[in-house]
Design a binder for this molecule. Structure first.
Ligand SMILES: Nc1ncnc2c1ncn2[C@@H]1O[C@H](COP(=O)(O)OP(=O)(O)OP(=O)(O)O)[C@@H](O)[C@H]1O
Ligand SMILES: [Mg+2]
Length: 301
């Protein structure tokens, strides 16, 4: 159909892999699923690189990644599209005056429809997606049947800790998609991500250690992603400059840590503590050890 035929092959895996820290296995699996013309759901906590790796794959494959934020307002009409009311008055219900929504764009052009937080999507919209996945076509009133381009795929993401819950999308959707669990990366990879985003900083390793500790702290239900470590480092750099102090300044470190992380960690209901208290404890626990450990040599595999 189109001149461009994406190759979901090892060259694509190599290319996508070169711009993403770690994640080769995940890239292989996603590319494999796309090559097999299957749909795939990435399930993992926020900030684990789901969007990053899908974007890298789509960019290097030269296919559109049609992004849709899953939320309660994502009605079938918003996903599919609509007739422009003003133009309908002038021209009637002609295909020319139809404004494609993200689903129709991806179906027609052979793009990847990327639905984030798919578990937040209303039931009727999920049902529509199920139908499209099963039939590989859609019927739109007054527009007719739109068959899916052969390269159309659904890629979805969701967060297992989401308060909205993930149980409701079980069943029909799960039976039509493949699922890849995307977990937190190891310390060396997270450090590389922070270095990449925030420049080599003497605080990077402590920040990474701090967010990693937050994921297993007994008072914490959901810890911080690597995004928290990135922000912590960027914030500390700016704060230190504003205050005219070293970036390793104690108060500045605590201010950066509490500001970057206190809203990101979720405490258990039963915890009688504040998020700030817990972050300060984590920040202390993440301090470089006394035994002369060099923060920039350890942990880089
Ligand atoms: N493997 C990685 N390589 C490079 N950067 C990464 C990687 N993982 C995460 N990041 C960086 O961390 C941040 C969060 O990543 P991303 O947005 O891809 O996460 P996500 O899993 O899509 O999160 P959410 O579930 O909240 O949408 C981004 O700034 C991204 O650049
Ligand atoms: Mg994302």
């Amino acid at each position: 159909m189109d001149a461009h035929q994406p190759e979901f092959d090892v060259a694509l895996v190599d290319a996508a892999d070169s711009g993403v820290v770690g994640r080769r296995r995940e890239i292989e699996i996603v590319v494999g699923a796309l090559a097999a013309a299957r749909h795939i759901l990435l399930e993992g906590p926020p900030g684990t690189g789901k969007s990053t790796l899908l974007r890298a794959i789509a960019d290097h494959a030269g296919v559109d990644l049609v992004f849709v934020e899953g939320n309660a307002e994502l009605t079938p009409a918003r996903l599919v599209g609509h007739f422009d009311p003003a133009q309908v008055l002038a021209q009637g219900y002609s295909p020319d005056v139809y404004v494609d929504g993200p689903l129709l764009s991806a179906l027609r052009d052979g793009g990847l429809l990327y639905v984030e937080e798919i578990n937040r999507v209303p039931e009727e919209t999920l049902n529509l997606l199920v139908t499209v996945m099963s039939e590989r076509e859609i019927s739109v009133p007054r527009l007719g049947r739109i068959p899916a381009h052969e390269n159309f795929r659904l890629v979805a993401a969701m967060n297992p800790f989401d308060a909205v819950g993930t149980a409701r999308i079980a069943g029909a959707i799960y039976d039509r998609v493949n699922r890849l669990a995307v977990g937190y990366q190891d310390e060396a990879d997270e450090l590389q991500i922070v270095d990449h985003a925030a420049g080599d900083s003497p605080l990077a390793q402590r920040a990474v250690r701090c967010v990693r500790l937050s994921r297993s702290h007994p008072d914490v239900r959901v810890g911080s992603s690597v995004r928290g470590a990135i922000d912590l480092v960027l914030l500390a750099q700016q704060l230190a400059a504003l205050r005219g102090v070293d970036v390793a300044d104690t108060t500045t470190g605590i201010d950066a840590a509490t500001t970057a992380l206190s809203g990101r960690i979720r405490l258990h209901e039963s915890s009688g503590r504040t998020a700030e208290e817990v972050v300060i404890e984590l920040w202390e626990a993440a301090a470089p050890r006394e035994d002369g450990e060099r923060s920039d040599t350890e942990g880089k595999a």
